[in-house]
Ligand binder design. Structure first.
Ligand SMILES: [Zn+2]
Length: 296
């Protein structure tokens, strides 16, 4: 069982409220029509998600449509190919507050939410994303804390394609952290120019360029979170998201990233080839990271 946690110390910088496309508004209407009351919860199943919340029917239907949209965006953005390995809808549970979250989710921990997958003898026993409403305003889905859905949703979608395979941390955390601060309504170019890293913002003294870890060491570093979301871990998250960004901004590198991801998700990556790639880009990656850090 792997547990992927997101630190919740990061301030929610209050991005603009979510704006729906006309197509999504239609989908919400359809989803709302089959949203049901289940005791204390509301339940709505769409194509790829079975969402339950303790909020209300509208919030639940919107969360379901949002997750389906996010999944589609991620598949397009990262050209995820092949077949989803997780059969059936992914469970998403959003509770009304932290107390009911901790009561409903075994080993929930102190974070704001997480994606967890577990299996036994080749059968999934858990494939679920959990989070909760923290302040009253978030009961309107447009004002919910979407970065948690984006970060954990990225882990979830990648795992769908990887099935029961392990995804190296540099790719898994890098992509989740990049998407966490990604504006899904904007172009890639605008995101690369305007995106603000949550992890860089948390580094107390700013980025210490002498404390960067070589990519080869970071690639599948275990454990990943080495100091309970202290400066060392936040530097790792920042490095990882910047690795993904660095690979995405140039078409030739995007192709290499796509191949690498495809091979890892299929369990076909060869260590020697991965090491060669990381060694080749290491110096240029650090140059890019340092040159673009001041505007983040
Ligand atoms: Zn993560």
């Amino acid at each position: 069982m792997r547990l992927l946690l997101l630190a919740l110390l990061l301030p929610w910088l209050g991005a603009a409220d979510l704006v729906w496309t006309p197509e999504q508004l239609k989908q919400i209407k359809a989803a709302l029509a089959h949203t049901e009351r289940k005791g204390e919860r509301f339940a709505c199943t769409v194509n790829n998600y079975a969402v339950e919340t303790e909020i209300d029917a509208e919030f639940t239907a919107k969360a379901a449509v949002y997750m389906d949209g996010l999944r589609g965006d991620l598949i397009r953005l990262f050209s995820l190919a092949g077949k989803s390995q997780h059969l059936g809808a992914t469970t998403v549970l959003i509770t009304a507050n932290r107390e009911s979250y901790q009561a409903a989710v075994p080993n929930a921990g102190s974070g704001r939410g997480f994606f967890r997958h577990a299996y036994k003898k080749g059968v999934w026993t858990e494939f679920a994303l959990y989070t909760f409403v923290k302040v009253e305003a978030e009961r309107s889905f447009e004002r919910f804390y979407h970065p948690i859905l984006q970060h954990e949703g990225t882990h979830q979608v990648l795992q769908e394609f990887a099935g029961m395979r392990h995804i190296p941390e540099l790719l898994n955390e890098g992509m989740a952290s990049l998407i966490q601060s990604w504006d899904l309504g904007k172009s890639q170019e605008d995101n690369f120019k305007q995106r603000k890293s949550s992890y860089l913002a948390k580094l107390k003294g700013g980025l210490d360029a002498t404390k960067l870890t070589p990519l080869s060491e970071l690639y599948d570093a275990q454990p990943w979170n080495v100091d309970n979301f202290g400066d060392r871990s936040n530097t790792r998250y920042f490095q990882a998201e910047m690795f993904i960004e660095y690979m995405m901004v140039a078409p030739n590198r995007l192709k290499l990233l796509g191949n690498l991801l495809d091979q890892e998700l299929k369990g076909q990556a060869k260590l020697a080839e991965v090491s060669k790639l990381l060694g080749e880009v290491q110096a240029d990656y650090v140059k890019y990271l340092l040159a673009t850090t001041p505007r983040r």
